[in-house]
Design a protein around this ligand. Structure first.
Ligand SMILES: [Zn+2]
Length: 334
């Protein structure tokens, strides 16, 4: 553990891109260990998060496909003061699936985001998504993750199940943000609609472009019409995946409005640079493709902050805390 990394600024000092990265939130960020010790990340979490903090990012949501990230977030917050680190829970079989008690306990240890099932979703299993790759790491994946054995949020009539509703009720009770995970576009639409019964007006449509979800533009528009915000992950554009081009993100954005988009990293895998760098790549690419700075700011700060339930007062006090910590560390806070 070194906790020393700082990426230098471009020649001439912080640029437009750095200024947009500053104050940004990444609502989808994995870490290590995740899945098994064999799934490496580029570096230890503490170093990677120090880079994010030193780049001026405001906060990250730690996601795990396996267990709630509450303990990990608690300790990392102490190791990287000046970065807001929020824990989350993902409703896969490792936490008992659609399990409201797991949600309650995670919330009582600080979890802010609730991800619906990912590799345990029937949709993911049927599409050969992440569940398919799990068999390389988890012995039981082969026999336990077969079509028909996954979790669905809806019944045969397309209505949300009682179990899913109980989870939404728990999310409401603890003020958690709900993400659709890897469930199908149809289930996601039922989720965005049903969430309103619990006063949850905005859900996040998790990376609809990913192979695990496979949504089309009309489904994205239908989700947004129900108040959902669409997530674009930097990871999907990186060399190993290349499932979408940034210009395709931009064209979807112009159809649904930047008010309905968040940019995240989905930081994962040893071949991916630290999250602050992939976020920076996405920000820079959007600017290069002509998206106005004000729209990029919405997608990396305004919208994610609103989804986390942060008010202007909250954001001001976080900024003050971060400036004070930068002073202690002797870092520029621009
Ligand atoms: Zn993820």
């Amino acid at each position: 553990m070194t906790i020393s990394h700082t990426y230098p600024f471009p020649p001439g000092g912080p640029s437009k891109i750095d200024r947009l990265l500053q104050g940004s939130f990444d609502l989808h960020h994995h870490g290590y260990p995740e899945i098994s010790f064999d799934c490496k990340t580029r570096m230890e979490d503490v170093d990677e998060m120090s880079i994010a903090r030193n780049a001026g990012m405001t906060g990250v949501v730690l996601k795990s496909h396996m267990f709630p990230t509450v303990g990990r977030a608690y300790h990392l917050k102490n190791l990287v003061p000046g970065l807001e680190i929020y824990p989350s829970i993902t409703l896969n079989y490792t936490v008992g699936g659609l399990n409201p008690m797991a949600i309650e306990v995670a919330a009582k240890q600080g979890a802010k985001i609730l991800f619906m099932p990912t590799w345990s979703a029937e949709n993911d299993i049927e599409r050969g998504g992440m569940s398919h790759h799990l068999r390389h790491f988890i012995d039981r994946a082969e026999s336990k993750l077969k079509p028909g054995k996954g979790i669905r949020l809806t019944d045969s009539h397309g209505k949300l199940t009682a179990e899913c509703r109980e989870c939404l009720d728990a999310a409401r009770q603890y003020g958690m943000t709900v993400c659709s995970g890897h469930v199908s576009p149809q289930e996601s639409i039922a989720l965005a609609d049903g969430a309103k019964d619990y006063g949850i007006e905005e859900v996040i449509f998790s990376h609809p472009d990913s192979n695990s979800v496979g949504a089309n533009l009309q489904e994205i528009k239908d989700m947004c019409a129900l108040g959902a915000v669409c997530e674009f992950c930097a990871l999907g554009c990186l060399p190993a995946l290349q499932r979408i081009k940034v210009k395709d993100f931009v064209s979807i954005m112009s159809e649904i409005s930047p008010d309905k988009v968040i940019l995240t990293t989905d930081y994962f895998f040893e071949w991916a640079p630290p999250a602050s760098e992939t976020m920076r790549m996405l920000i820079g690419s959007f600017l290069m493709l002509g998206v106005p700075e004000a729209d990029v700011r919405k997608m990396v700060r305004t919208n994610p902050a609103r989804l986390l339930g942060l008010t202007e007062t909250d954001l001001d006090s976080i900024a003050q805390k971060q400036a004070a910590q930068a002073l202690v560390d002797g870092r520029p806070f621009f």
